[in-house]
Design a protein around this ligand. Structure first.
Ligand code: 13P
Ligand code: SF4
Length: 381
């Protein structure tokens, strides 16, 4: 398997303090240090913060956004260092889109994504081989286009680019489906079954034309005739944060707050999305609340840090924002990016040390860039 990222060689990662020294200190003691390091770096560095990051990080971000918005900002960023406060696949995408003189840094290398981890490149290659054996790639069988959600490894993005496919985000999945159906009759959608199912459902594709490929079963657990009838082959992956929202949460919140607007992310289950008033990417959910009249109350089905922040931001404007499920859905890997990690990477940069650099290998980068460029060229946001 190709190695898709490397950390800087140990000799270059020596800081005057070790990461452990930072981790021993309280969160709030980092603020002045982060601000000072940020100021010292000036235009050399740009800090990107995904909407699911904690407040202690978001307050230092030069730009905030969802995956799509941040990938566009990363592609256009001028700084020499792109400090990505998000998860691993996002930093990989930034490295793929960055200029050759730019370096992308992920403050904590353990900030992965459980959904992205559900599709390993070797499993996807094995799936593709099985689909080839089933004759689904032949012209007269309709042709198969691989399409991957942004929340996947660089190796999988490259896999899609090399085979005539592309990347999408939750902002442009419908446009990506239209792009793919203009070129083939079937889509292999990786790795989030819910985003794939919700998108296909909204396009009028019936359930009998969708199948779920289970990488842990022979032939994905599917009979050849089911595969032949399918227009969309969904990978059996999900987001552990959004999958926790259930249809009964929608019923409960509506019973408690009559008139409440339920808005959810398309990584939620189809049954939840169907009950919701609106479905939207993270950026779209924010816009819906921004554009609503004073007095509107929302229950939002997405990551809890964003929901809390929206609650605070809109309270003074007379709009109430609560979570769809009181038990709260925290993305534990996003949460790994702490003020201590941010201070550590920034102070190292001030000293000339690049720590936690994300570097996608050149062969993977080429085809992943093809897949990402196809995404950036399609309309639909
Ligand atoms: P977006 O950023 O595309 O809304 O996706 C949500 C998510 O789960 C990011 O990890
Ligand atoms: Fe991955 Fe879900 Fe966390 Fe996004 S919210 S990083 S998809 S686990």
């Amino acid at each position: 398997m190709t190695t898709v990222f490397e950390e800087e060689a140990p000799a270059r990662v020596q800081a005057s303090c070790s990461l452990d020294d930072y981790l021993d200190m309280p969160d709030h003691s980092m603020d002045d240090r982060i601000a000072a390091a940020r100021a010292a770096l000036g235009k050399q560095a740009v800090i990107l913060g995904h909407h699911y990051q904690r407040d202690e990080i978001i307050r230092f971000a030069d730009h905030t956004g969802d995956s799509y918005k941040l990938s566009k900002i990363a592609a256009e960023a001028a700084g020499r260092y792109i400090v990505f406060c998000g998860v691993h696949f996002m930093a990989e995408s930034a490295d793929i889109l960055a200029q050759p003189n730019q370096q992308v840094i992920l403050p904590d290398m353990n900030a992965g994504c459980s959904m992205a981890d559900m599709a390993d490149i070797s499993q996807v290659e094995a799936c593709w081989d099985s689909l080839t054996a089933a004759g689904l790639m032949k012209e007269d069988a309709g042709g198969l286009i691989p399409l991957t959600y942004m929340n996947s490894t660089a190796a999988i993005k490259a896999f899609c680019g090399e085979r005539g496919g592309l990347v999408c985000t939750s902002s442009n999945a419908a446009a990506a489906f239209r792009w793919a159906f203009a070129r083939g009759q079937k889509i292999l959608f990786l790795p989030d079954q819910h985003l794939g199912r919700n998108t296909a459902h909204a396009m009028g594709i019936p359930p009998q034309e969708m199948v779920v490929w289970d990488p842990y079963q022979i032939n994905g657990g599917l009979m050849p005739e089911r595969l032949r009838a399918a227009r969309v082959i969904l990978w059996k992956g999900h987001c552990s944060v959004h999958q926790r929202f259930l249809p009964e949460h929608v019923d409960r919140v509506r019973a408690k707050y009559p008139g409440i607007q339920v808005i959810v992310h398309p990584e939620c289950r189809l049954e939840v999305c169907q009950k919701a008033d609106e479905i939207g990417s993270t950026e779209r959910l924010i816009k819906i609340i921004e554009q609503a009249p004073t007095g509107t109350m929302f229950a939002v089905g997405t990551e809890i840090h964003l929901v809390h922040r929206l609650g605070q931001r809109f309270a003074s404007l007379g709009k109430r924002v609560i979570t769809l499920d009181d038990s709260g859905c925290l993305c534990t890997t996003m949460f790994r990016i702490s003020p201590q990690h941010l201070a550590w990477v920034l102070e190292n940069l001030v000293e000339g040390n690049v720590v936690n650099r994300i570097r996608v290998s050149e062969d993977v980068k080429h085809w992943a860039r093809v897949a990402l460029d196809r995404m950036l060229e399609i309309r639909g946001v």
